[in-house]
Design a protein around this ligand. Structure first.
Ligand SMILES: C[S@@+](CC[C@H](N)C(=O)[O-])C[C@H]1O[C@@H](n2cnc3c(N)ncnc32)[C@H](O)[C@@H]1O
Length: 927
């Protein structure tokens, strides 16, 4: 499309680019291509991580510098110099963490113009960009995929799109959002209209090529004119391949699609079985699990029969190949816009034969698929090379479009998976046209290279017309984005502290093997992902969950470095595995970010709620984290690890948290303001910065209560609390933390909350406690006895002396007859006796010390257990042990114990994993 763009610009005269003026856009492109060609000769440049594989000529052909390069983009720095602005250091920037539904806008034509293995709609990203940035700010996405972040950044300048999201735009460009305040709707300013500049990167050339095409300016007229010509030419050349004769014997039909079926051999009589004929129940519209051999009537299933193999000469490979036999079984075609169906007749078979034997006039890819679980899954049926994924007819048609040059390839590139044998028929259409309604075909199974037994050969020419139409709806006028092809582990081309906001949707563990899936696309553009740094779990690439975490830590490390202090990163991902989620969180913290909120989308309510534990539940998650301010970091570095540095961190962290948040039930509990979560954040930050943790949990909690303001169990800064109080005064019920009991620690937290609101006897609390210990309990964690937890962490009033104030205030407010009695009153004492309660801070610290001692003793027991793996243990013991070993710089002890416990137990625990990773880093560094 760059070429089309050039023609358009040529017509409109001189262009300005990065401060230089060129007589035409072609001259601009030529100028930068020359510089890029020079740069490609530089060995240091080629060492940038993620440098793709492809010849220089192919990289240059695909690139449209400075805006896009199919290799690391050497012009990013200049782009940032030109468009970026230095942080004025005024500290005026302040935002709260933000989370909204990331699936908004999935039916938008722009979003749908080009598919990808997973995508986040640009409309959802726009809300994030509007929240965190102002016009002219630089947004970064280092896992850009199809470039939706760039599209979102551009569309922040489009008033119609912004208002379509429910915002209002004032005359001065102020963007306003409706908020509920004191029962009325008020419009509050949230941002300003205007484009933001996007810097996008991805490891995959297929991704960046799509991203670039999404983000290039084109005017509709030029686009239509040029593409009309291409479509017409290829129709002229290839139209005959999609013709069939109508049943009237006179009219010609246009093939919409042809269904192909696998052929199997009967395990009993060796007769050939066309799967479509034998197994598809056309009346019911489904494939039968069991079916009869048409020759010997024996009952068969697909599992106990083999494919019939055919051997033929593969001209591209210059040798004979053996493949599973597939035959055409049904043709769907149109005559004068009316659809019909037929079983292929002799003429149709002859046409297919003829096309098979044609010499290809144009180049098409015939690469061997790379090693991999997905890429090699079709080897047993002989689909080993890229061209085997296509029928000869579709291959030739695609090759005809490709022959027009890579500059005009983008809309056809979108077709390359849909035009393969991976395309499936809709179940509703198994019975034929008359059976079903809606689309006949359902595309490929996302995230796989699976070729079904019954596949659909789409008419590529008609699909191309459709794609061009869709693309023409996704055209832009401006160009404030730059795209680069490289690994986010290495962004040496970007200076530190130069980005205003980061939005990313990173790979998620082993969910999707991007480089394998993109191989088909990349073979058409001739530049391939260098998957050495690909951040996934993958057996072929010998990447474990730990490799994934290390790669993600490097990527986050670069994002952290280039982000300005006090600015935000949003990480969106679809969770299925607790260990992968934990890896992401750990990687983020190891990189230096401080997590300020984790939210998950409640699909039923359509709202977001805070999440405090990593679980294996499938959900869309949004993590908001920030880069701490320079002042705070430098202050702590100067002062070292002491109580004051803990409070400096806490003050800074509280500043980044929301003061109020509402949901359908009223005020929401802001989990990040809970003292226990604040403690965890503080500990992670100190460990990550290689500092000993100066305060124990109880010392920290006692200090919090003295230094900050506590409301409903949440901690606030003095200047934050009035906003909370105002909201709170309108609501009668205090918000409460939702706790999910999954291990000993969360069980203690649950008991704390329970006893705080109602000091209780063992008998009272026991049934409630048991009901919390459900299916979510961690696999290797020992189940604690309630009595042990009470003994170790709480105090029982034995009935002698004054009734403790915790019990006294509870009883007097809940029992009329006990109201206003003295603490020594026998009635009150009798009612208070044997109740467990939460100790006051001093006593709590004593208990904590005692408990820690016991935990460390048990840890020594774990250490002494030589030569065997620990199957069941207490995570609290491990955490206490790791913490003590960390403080003593005894990293080897951490590593030794980590190797004794099951991998998943380590991977799923945020604290253990952080200590372990840091211990590994220290020992690797020879510390
Ligand atoms: C979930 S996808 C992003 C999809 C994107 N949000 C969209 O809407 O199209 C994750 C991307 O990360 C890329 N990736 C994997 N490892 C990478 C690395 N080390 N550096 C940069 N990109 C990487 C993959 O190629 C893939 O495109």
């Amino acid at each position: 499309m760059a070429d089309l763009f050039s023609k358009q610009q040529q017509a409109s005269g001189p262009v300005e680019c990065l401060g230089k003026t060129f007589p035409s856009d072609t001259a601009r492109r030529e100028y930068f291509l020359k510089l890029l060609a020079e740069k490609l000769k530089d060995p240091a440049f080629r060492k940038i991580e993620g440098f793709p594989s492809g010849s220089d000529a192919d990289i240059l052909a695909l690139s449209d510098p400075p805006y896009y390069t199919a290799c690391p983009n050497p012009f990013v720095e200049e782009f940032l110099r030109h468009y970026g602005k230095a942080d004025d250091g005024s500290g005026r920037y302040s935002r709260e963490p933000f989370a909204v539904d990331v699936s908004e806008g999935k039916s938008d034509p722009i979003y749908n113009a080009h598919s990808y293995h997973t995508k986040v709609p640009h409309k959802a990203i726009m809300r994030y960009i509007l929240h965190y940035t102002q016009p002219g700010d630089i947004v970064f996405d280092g896992f850009c995929g199809t470039g939706m972040t760039g599209v979102a950044a551009q569309l922040c300048a489009d008033k119609d799109v912004v208002t379509s999201l429910g915002y209002r735009v004032g005359r001065d460009g102020e963007i306003l959002q409706a908020e509920d305040e004191d029962g009325r709707q008020v419009w509050k300013s949230v941002s300003k209209i205007g484009a933001r500049f996007a810097v996008m990167g991805d490891l995959s050339p297929a991704a960046t090529y799509i991203a670039h095409n999404y983000n290039s300016p084109l005017d509709g007229e030029t686009f239509d004119r040029s593409y009309k010509a291409i479509l017409k030419d290829v129709e002229h050349e290839c139209g005959w391949m999609y013709e069939t004769s109508h049943s009237d014997g006179r009219s010609k039909g246009r093939i919409n699609y042809t269904i192909w079926s696998d052929v199997f051999s009967c395990s009993h009589c060796a007769g050939e079985i066309v799967f479509w004929n034998a197994a598809v129940d056309k009346d019911a519209g489904k494939v039968r699990d069991e079916f009869k051999c048409p020759h010997c009537a024996v009952e068969l299933t697909k599992r106990n029969i083999d494919h019939v193999q055919t051997t033929k000469l593969d001209g591209s490979l210059g040798r004979a190949i053996t493949q599973a036999k597939k035959v055409p079984v049904l043709i769907n075609y149109s005559v004068s816009n009316r659809r019909h169906e037929k079983i292929p007749d002799a003429a149709d078979l002859a046409l297919i034969e003829k096309i098979e034997s044609l010499d290809a006039p144009y180049w098409f890819p015939s690469d061997r698929l790379i090693e991999g679980g997905e890429t090699r899954r079709n080897d047993p049926v002989g689909i080993t090379h890229v061209h085997h994924f296509y029928t000869r007819r579709n291959l030739l048609a695609l090759a005809a479009y490709r022959s027009r040059g890579v500059d005009s390839w983008a809309p056809f590139n979108a077709l390359t998976p849909r035009a393969t044998k991976m395309h499936r028929i809709a179940a509703s259409r198994l019975g034929g046209e008359k059976k079903g309604v809606g689309g006949a075909t359902v595309g490929v199974i996302n995230g796989t290279l699976y070729v079904p037994s019954i596949s659909v050969e789409m008419n590529v020419l008609d699909q191309a017309v459709e794609r061009v139409k869709v693309f023409s709806k996704a055209l832009f006028k401006s160009r404030p984005t730059i795209t680069t092809t490289q690994s986010t582990t290495d962004f040496r081309t970007i200076q530190s502290n130069s980005i205003d906001y980061v939005f990313i949707d990173p790979p998620f563990g082993s969910n999707i093997n991007y480089s394998e899936l993109s191989f088909l696309w990349e073979s058409w553009i001739k530049v391939f992902t260098n998957n050495e740094m690909e951040a996934i779990e993958n057996r072929t690439q010998a990447k474990t969950l730990s490799s994934y975490r290390r790669l993600m830590t490097s990527c986050f490390g670069e994002a952290f470095r280039i982000l300005k202090p006090d600015r935000w990163i949003t990480i969106e991902f679809s969770n299925t595995q607790a260990s992968v989620w934990n890896s992401i969180q750990t990687a983020l913290q190891e990189a230096g970010f401080v997590v300020a909120n984790v939210s998950s989308l409640d699909k039923q309510q359509g709202s977001f709620k805070a999440v405090t534990t990593t679980t294996a539940v499938k959900q869309d998650l949004v993590i908001s984290a920030y880069k701490p301010s320079q002042d705070m970091v430098e202050g702590i570095a100067r002062g070292g690890a002491n109580a004051e540095s803990v409070w400096a961190f806490t003050r800074s962290h509280l500043k980044h948290l929301p003061t109020t948040r509402t949901n359908q039930n009223g005020l929401e509990f802001i989990a990040e303001r809970d003292p226990r979560i604040l403690f965890d954040r503080m500990v992670s930050w100190f460990i990550r910065n290689n500092l000993p943790v100066p305060l124990s949990s109880q010392e920290f909690q006692a200090g919090l209560a003295q230094k900050f303001i506590v409301r409903d169990g949440m901690i606030f800064l003095p200047d934050q609390v009035s906003a909370y109080d105002k909201r709170r005064s309108q609501i009668s019920i205090a918000p409460q933390m939702e706790l999910f009991v999954s291990d000993e620690r969360s069980a203690i937290d649950w008991i704390t909350d329970y006893l705080k609101s109602r000091p209780s006897t063992y008998q009272e609390i026991h049934p409630e406690f048991i009901s919390q210990l459900g299916a979510g309990w961690k696999k290797h964690e020992e189940r604690p006895e309630l009595s042990d937890l009470l003994e170790g962490n709480f105090i029982k009033y034995e009935g002698s002396g004054d009734v403790p104030s915790q019990i006294h205030s509870y009883l007097s407010s809940n029992h009329k007859d006990l109201r206003s009695l003295e603490k020594g009153n026998p009635l009150l004492i009798a009612k208070a006796k044997d109740r467990w309660y939460v100790p006051d801070p001093n006593k709590a610290q004593d208990l904590e010390k005692k408990r820690e001692k016991a935990l460390l003793k048990e840890f020594e027991g774990y250490q002494a257990a030589t030569g065997r793996k620990l199957k069941e243990f207490r995570l609290e013991v491990l955490r206490a042990g790791f913490k003590a070993a960390w403080a003593a710089k005894n990293y080897k002890a951490i590593i030794a114990i980590a190797q004794k416990i099951p991998e998943e137990a380590l991977q799923e625990d945020e604290k253990l994993l952080l200590w372990y990773d840091q211990a590994l880093t220290r020992t690797e560094a020879g510390a």
